[in-house]
Design a protein around this ligand. Structure first.
Ligand code: ACO
Length: 429
């Protein structure tokens, strides 16, 4: 079977044969299609990249119709069940293979030796207002890190690049926890490197006295799994931001800050907070049918439902839903769970949602768990950003190592005014 696509331009009657590779044609090949020689050539119009592959990647595979998510070939369900730690999965996502015992030990050692932040970073964070949003603090502090490590701009020096990767993965939980403690007016708790990645984060968040914080193993495990589920998700909005910013060859701290900013929006990492607000607004199970009717009438969206890629149950939501019960066995049930379950039951039977293939996404249950564990709502996007830093870095390394890539620069269809002469102010209407 010939691996080509033949296009006939009905304006000119000319035919063009474009090579097909990996079920795609190169958009630049369309530029040959012209009516006049001096035409720019055909482009594709694809707002929001609905059907445009902008990269070739080996990191994360998603089949949205079948509800499949794999990191480097390993199904997310298996990683969530069997991984010994978040750092093991971080290694896999970044390096491409599961680590051997000695590789994992070395990786852990290296990351744990980058968990402390410069005291001036602490001072910088102390400068935020008492009621600063922790995600705003997180984004700004990540950006500020580029000023502490100016060598980070040497992105094509493998040694420097690896150092910044270790620093970012090591320090993001510390910055996240400091942001939280700042908003509470609590003293910052320094990292304890004997603890696991998730355990240390819980300790920096919730430790109150000088004694070691007793990490509850069920909650530590739950947070590890949540981190694993959020480590990467291929070309989502924030990964695309990371790649796009990184394509200018800026340092990874600046690019990560931009990616984190993209994550903050309510249609991306802010959705689990929106779910909690929605459940609060619904208030009780009896109000669920009326709320669903309002959504169907176009009065708002069912937050935590629907996904650009998944047209089936989000596999991460399945893992989280199961885990919610383990967490609630320690914390007590989040009273909003019953409303969420009823919402899901009604929506999954309703034609409106079935026809549009709207299923619960990862955010539908994650907020309930975070809330039960004692995390305030405004910390939810920060909790997402901690593990996703690994994904951003993996996407960034792949991007800047890809010979096909150049600085990201989309085209536009210009529909504005044609050339016109400047009008003096007294003649303007
Ligand atoms: N509730 C009600 N209707 C919805 C929802 C929803 N949550 N999501 C999509 N729809 C409807 C749209 O109104 C549209 O209907 P129409 O064809 O009659 O106009 C149809 O389904 C398709 O929706 P789009 O907006 O075109 O889908 P898109 O792929 O652009 O949006 C998104 C995906 C942004 C996630 C959307 O489903 C949404 O807003 N969901 C709620 C927010 C949310 O949970 N975001 C988290 C995403 S996961 C993550 O970032 C980790």
């Amino acid at each position: 079977m010939p691996q080509t696509l033949t296009i006939t331009d009905n304006r000119t009657g000319k035919q063009y044969e474009l090579p097909i590779e990996h079920e795609t044609v190169r958009a630049t090949d369309l530029r040959k299609i012209k009516v006049k020689d001096d035409d720019f050539g055909m482009m594709v119009y694809d707002p929001a990249f609905m059907n445009t592959a902008s990269v070739k990647s080996k990191i994360t595979f998603i089949d949205g119709d079948k509800g499949i998510l794999r990191y480097r070939g390993y199904p997310i369900e298996q990683l969530a069940e069997h991984s010994s730690s978040f750092l093991e999965v971080a290694y896999l996502v970044l390096m491409g293979e599961l680590p051997t015992k000695s590789q994992l030990d070395e990786w852990r050692y290296n990351i744990k030796h980058h968990t402390f932040v410069h005291e001036n970073i602490k001072k910088l964070m102390e400068g935020f207002r008492y009621d600063a949003h922790p995600m705003g603090m997180f984004i700004s502090t990540i950006a500020a890190m580029s000023t502490f490590y100016p060598e980070a701009k040497n992105i094509f020096d493998p040694e420097s690049r690896q150092k910044q990767i270790l620093r970012l993965i090591g320090k993001v939980p510390t910055i996240a926890a400091f942001a939280y403690r700042h908003t509470k007016g609590l003293p910052y708790v320094y990292p304890e490197n004997e603890l696991t990645y998730a355990g240390n984060f819980l300790s920096m968040m919730f430790k109150m006295s000088s004694e070691r914080y007793q990490v509850n193993p069920i909650l530590e495990h739950a947070l590890t799994v949540l981190f694993i589920l959020h480590a990467d998700h291929e070309q989502n909005c924030s990964a695309n931001a990371m790649r796009s910013i990184g394509s200018s060859h800026v340092d990874p701290y600046s690019a990560c800050a931009g990616a984190a900013a993209a994550l903050w929006g309510p249609l991306h990492g802010g959705a689990n907070e929106a779910v909690i607000h929605m459940l609060d607004e619904i208030g009780s199970i009896q109000n669920v049918p009326a709320f669903v009717k309002d959504v169907k009438d176009g009065k708002g969206r069912l937050m935590g439902f629907g996904h650009r890629v998944y047209k089936n149950y989000d596999p991460r939501a399945k893992v989280i839903k199961k885990m919610a019960y383990e967490v609630f066995s320690v914390t007590g049930k989040n009273p909003k769970l019953d409303i969420a379950l009823e919402l899901e039951r009604i929506a999954l039977e309703d034609d409106y949602f079935v026809k549009r293939k709207l299923y619960p996404n990862v955010d539908f249950y994650s907020g309930l768990i975070y809330q039960a564990m004692g995390f305030p709502m405004d910390l939810f996007p920060v909790l997402f950003a901690i593990p996703r830093t690994v994904g951003w870095l993996a996407q960034w390394v792949e991007h800047i190592s890809d010979a096909d890539q150049k600085i990201a620069r989309p085209r536009q269809i210009f529909l504005g005014a044609d050339e016109r002469p400047w009008t003096p102010i007294e003649k303007r209407s």
